[in-house]
Design a protein around this ligand. Sequence first.
Ligand SMILES: CC(=O)N[C@H]1[C@@H](OP(=O)(O)OP(=O)(O)OC[C@H]2O[C@@H](n3ccc(=O)[nH]c3=O)[C@H](O)[C@@H]2O)O[C@H](CO)[C@@H](O)[C@@H]1O
Ligand SMILES: C=C(OP(=O)(O)O)C(=O)O
Length: 421
Amino acid sequence: MDKLAIIGGRELYGELRISGAKNSALKVMAACLLTDGKLILDEVPDLADARQLLVLLENHGVQWTREGARLTLDAGTITSTTAPYEIVRKMRASFNVLGPILAREGQAKVSLPGGCAIGARPVDLHLDAFRAMGADIELEEGYVLAEAKGGLKGAEVEFPFVSVGATEHVMMAATLAKGTTVLKNAAREPEIVDLGDCLRAMGAKVEGDGTDTITITGVDRLEGTTHEVVADRIEMGSYAMAVGAVGGELLLERGRRDLLGTAAAVMEESGLTLKEEERGLRVSRWGTPTVSTSVTTEPYPGFATDLQAQYMALMAKGDGEATIKETIFENRFMHVPELRRLGADIDVDGRTATVRGVKRLKGAPVMATDLRASMSLIIAALCAEGQTMISRVYHLDRGFEKLDDKLRSVGALIERIKDED
Ligand SMILES: CC(=O)N[C@H]1[C@@H](OP(=O)(O)OP(=O)(O)OC[C@H]2O[C@@H](n3ccc(=O)[nH]c3=O)[C@H](O)[C@@H]2O)O[C@H](CO)[C@@H](O)[C@@H]1O
Ligand SMILES: C=C(OP(=O)(O)O)C(=O)O
């Protein structure tokens, strides 16, 4: 397992290109299963998760080629409607092949994804929606067996709470259903709009994505198209927070303020300057103190749960006390003990963490526990005195493209220590 060694204290200067969003790329990749035409995707990040999804798509008969950030997917014939446990268990987002396969083939057998470190993460909302659309759903030996003999039918689906994955999943399946599907209390994340853009380009009739009501009128078939994946707002927010923590100035190429939702204003309140430019978002902090500012995670446009851990690292050297409330996942504070090892003063009570800013953090060996938690350790290490050694960086490789190269290119002292085994 690779490790990352970071020597803290160096301000960050220069330009970084923000990659395509992992959480969008994975969904538009799965959308290739809706058509026998070629889907050409640009700005697909080269991440462990994207590679893992390609393994699953290959299992369904998808042929693909990659040239740089361009991925061409061809699901001319779906050769298997079964998504096996051995592949699905490695990445939750792979569950989202169920809807497209069910919509196109009238049946699908997909392994339940199981829980993960940040929470139980059931898929009941997905399955309830497919039932409402006329599918028979059985659970057998850890698999979802879904069947819709005469095809899926349009339905009105009101989600009891906001789910990004369920919104995307049902949106995809509804494009090939008979009639109109209306999704209420839908997620409004930028990745939903990106998926909507891709589906429309494929010939789907989708309206209202980006609002809480999405209307999809089914069509007989979708076609291939070319689509560019939206910039990764979590990568962008993470690098912005790294600048907030250690100081300096970065132009985050392809970055957009609107993608950050309320996190943009929170970062400004905490002392960062954000400026939109033609090529992206410029972020800077010059010697001003980090102002401790409390946040609560919420669905978009609220403060993203995927930025919560990174924000906690920023607050670790704040000028006072900040509370951070996590409302989306029940177990997303695993970075706290590791941040404490670096000298952070943090208490957790249920779903609320209280961060009392300290004057300095000090490098130590720490362990990454999940994707975004790993990034919080990177940010803390960048502003800690001395060396931090981060183990289990495979978590980072799931979701941050070329992280160490990118940070090194803007002045960070970061080195990957390759596992020799
Ligand atoms: C690959 C991907 O895009 N992952 C993102 C996606 O995850 P994901 O799509 O899994 O997250 P959801 O929005 O669905 O989850 C929100 C909450 O709803 C619960 N829930 C969800 C579905 C369901 O059927 N039943 C249920 O109880 C979950 O356990 C969680 O507590 O959105 C999350 C919330 O912004 C992000 O943190 C993840 O990075
Ligand atoms: C939680 C995340 O991913 P996933 O939903 O794939 O676990 C994430 O991207 O932060």
